[in-house]
Design a protein around this ligand. Structure first.
Ligand SMILES: *[C@@H]1O[C@H](CO)[C@@H](O)[C@H](O)[C@H]1NC(C)=O
Ligand SMILES: *[C@@H]1O[C@H](CO)[C@@H](O)[C@H](O)[C@H]1NC(C)=O
Ligand SMILES: *[C@@H]1O[C@H](CO)[C@@H](O)[C@H](O)[C@H]1NC(C)=O
Ligand SMILES: *[C@@H]1O[C@H](CO)[C@@H](O)[C@H](O)[C@H]1NC(C)=O
Ligand SMILES: *[C@@H]1O[C@H](CO)[C@@H](O)[C@H](O)[C@H]1NC(C)=O
Ligand SMILES: *[C@@H]1O[C@H](CO)[C@@H](O)[C@H](O)[C@H]1NC(C)=O
Length: 485
């Protein structure tokens, strides 16, 4: 290993185990980028760095030297251009103090114009020539260390260290009296070497600074629909280990008026990401509080109240269809149209265990009879619906689908005497299966956007359920034609 690599590795492994005594803020969505994920991002960054360095023009280099017998020679290298750069080996290493990225064995090709002039007592005129030259730079090391921290809810990327070191350089002159001047031009090696080092370091600093402002300006809210967003404000410190980088975000739903959700009961939080397959690039863990905050938000926004006036079996919306189930309804309002007023009586409660994602839904179903232009509520049944859901990834969204596990019902009130619930039960089951769940699933299929940086897409995602949380373990892909910055 060359000294540069050693220094960077030392820097990143120094200062271990400073005490974390501060109380932690609650976090409900956390992200973990594994070594494979870091490698993926590193490769993108290296690719961008290369494209920003190719075609780079370096400053002209001038020099006057006194050469015995010849006299004072003025020399200038101009139009020094980096043509091609090859990075055979690079790696990224997270550590407690930052993330180091090192590229080694870097080679590059430069072309330049080489001009010289001198006058000598041997001939009465000035001699000058202009030739082109090719420079081959080999075995260059480029390294940088990045600090990453949470600053007021945003990511703050700091360049802690950046350097490059040219190991070997060779200059080849084309045409002219090149054989004669090769020795002189070799004296430029050191200057060309440091010009290349400086130019690359400067470009990297610019690139990192752009990357930093990109990260700093990542939105703190990810829109879900016109009513809600996810609060992805970063909380607590960035968690740097020797093989991963972890982030915690608030993760709860917020309304479009940016008010936090009221009355969420006790919430667990700050649970670590658990992926069984450690080769995945990314793990995203969502606490069940995320789903419950969505539930509370849409409940408060009066989304969980609706009038059902169309069902697959339309006969259920006429008293004639209920003739044998609730005879007194038919007797009182023969052949009247009806509708069903379904209204959740509290926000659905989502509970996740290692076996399933479950939901408890409390609803009141009022049977309305329509007479002339009047709506006459005749009875109200309260329902406790227990569903369990499958959780999936669609694009970058976490989507779900619920199926009915069980339900219980009881009569709230009735204007038409007692109802025989055992007769009503199968009808309710059908209504839940054919009306209620399809409606809910249509909404759940839109899903929750995962906090992924624009341009990246989840690939080969795997969902792991555990007590009170869902973890998405996934690889990511980056749009081919896209640029990161
Ligand atoms: C400068 O170098 C570039 C790239 O090698 C070349 O295309 C261009 O013609 C050169 N300009 C001059 C004035 O030599
Ligand atoms: C540089 O130029 C030489 C010959 O012109 C070529 O063989 C080599 O692949 C080029 N690229 C790099 C990155 O050295
Ligand atoms: C915000 O949400 C409320 C109810 O959730 C809705 O009525 C309103 O139109 C929304 N406003 C915007 C700007 O989308
Ligand atoms: C928790 O949040 C408060 C206010 O946002 C902040 O002042 C404090 O530093 C945070 N604590 C941690 C450990 O991040
Ligand atoms: C978003 O989360 C941050 C960090 O927990 C919190 O300080 C802020 O109040 C939240 N924003 C809303 C609108 O709830
Ligand atoms: C639907 O029923 C709820 C009570 O369950 C009631 O508050 C609401 O006014 C009813 N809506 C209509 C349109 O009848």
């Amino acid at each position: 290993m060359t000294p540069l690599i050693l220094i960077l590795l030392l820097l990143s492994s120094l200062v271990h185990g400073h005490a974390q005594s501060q109380p932690k803020n609650q976090s409900f969505i956390s992200l973990l980028i594994t070594q494979n994920g870091l490698d993926f991002v590193k490769d993108l960054l290296v690719k961008e760095a290369i494209s920003s360095i190719v075609s780079l023009r370096l400053h002209n280099i001038e020099k006057s030297t006194n050469i015995p017998l010849v006299g004072n020679v003025y020399m200038m290298l101009s139009n020094i251009t980096i043509n091609q750069i090859d990075v055979p080996l690079s790696f990224v290493k997270p550590g407690e103090t930052g993330i180091s990225i090192i590229a080694s064995g870097v080679s590059c090709n430069l072309t330049m114009n080489w001009y010289y002039s001198y006058s000598t007592w041997l001939v009465p005129f000035r001699i000058s020539d202009r030739v082109s030259a090719q420079v081959q730079v080999e075995g260059m090391e480029v390294g940088l260390t990045l600090g990453l921290e949470n600053k007021e809810g945003s990511l703050n990327l700091k360049l802690k260290d950046c350097g490059s070191h040219v190991e070997d350089i060779s200059i080849k002159l084309d045409g002219g009296a090149s054989w004669l001047y090769q020795g002189i031009v070799d004296a430029f090696e050191e200057q060309i070497g440091s010009a290349v080092e400086n130019a690359i370091t400067k470009k990297l600093k610019e690139g990192i600074s752009r990357f930093g402002s990109y990260l700093r300006n990542l939105p703190k809210e990810v829109p879900v629909d016109e009513h809600a967003s996810l609060n992805v404000t970063f909380v607590n410190d960035v968690l740097l280990s020797d093989s991963s980088v972890g982030f915690e975000t608030n993760g709860l739903f917020i309304g479009n008026d940016s008010l936090p959700i009221p009355h969420l009961g006790h919430m667990n939080s700050n649970l670590p990401v658990l992926c069984t397959d450690s080769s995945k690039m990314l793990g995203i863990t969502l606490d069940q509080a995320v789903f419950n905050s969505a539930s509370a938000l849409y409940y408060d926004a009066k989304f969980m109240h609706w009038i059902v006036d169309q069902v697959p079996d339309q006969s259920l919306l006429n008293t004639a269809g209920w003739r044998f189930i609730i005879p007194q309804l038919y007797k009182k309002y023969p052949n009247h149209d009806m509708n069903l007023n379904v209204s959740l009586s509290s926000p659905p409660v989502v509970e996740i265990s290692n076996q399933k994602a479950g939901a408890h839904i409390f609803a009141d179903l009022t049977i309305d009879v329509l007479e002339d232009d009047k709506v006459i509520p005749v009875a109200c049944i309260s329902l406790l619906i227990q569903g369990s859901g499958s959780v999936n990834i669609n694009g970058n969204n976490l989507v779900g689908a619920v199926r009915l596990d069980d339900f219980a019902m009881s009569l709230e009130w009735s204007n038409i005497g007692n109802l025989r619930m055992y007769l009503i039960q199968p009808v309710m089951w059908t209504l839940i299966e054919t009306v209620f769940l399809p409606y809910v699933n249509a909404h759940l299929s839109k899903g929750i956007p995962m906090p992924i940086i624009h341009g990246f897409t989840l690939q080969n995602a795997e969902i792991i359920l555990s007590t009170s949380r869902v973890t998405v373990c996934s690889d990511v892909a980056f749009g081919e034609s896209k640029k990161l910055l």
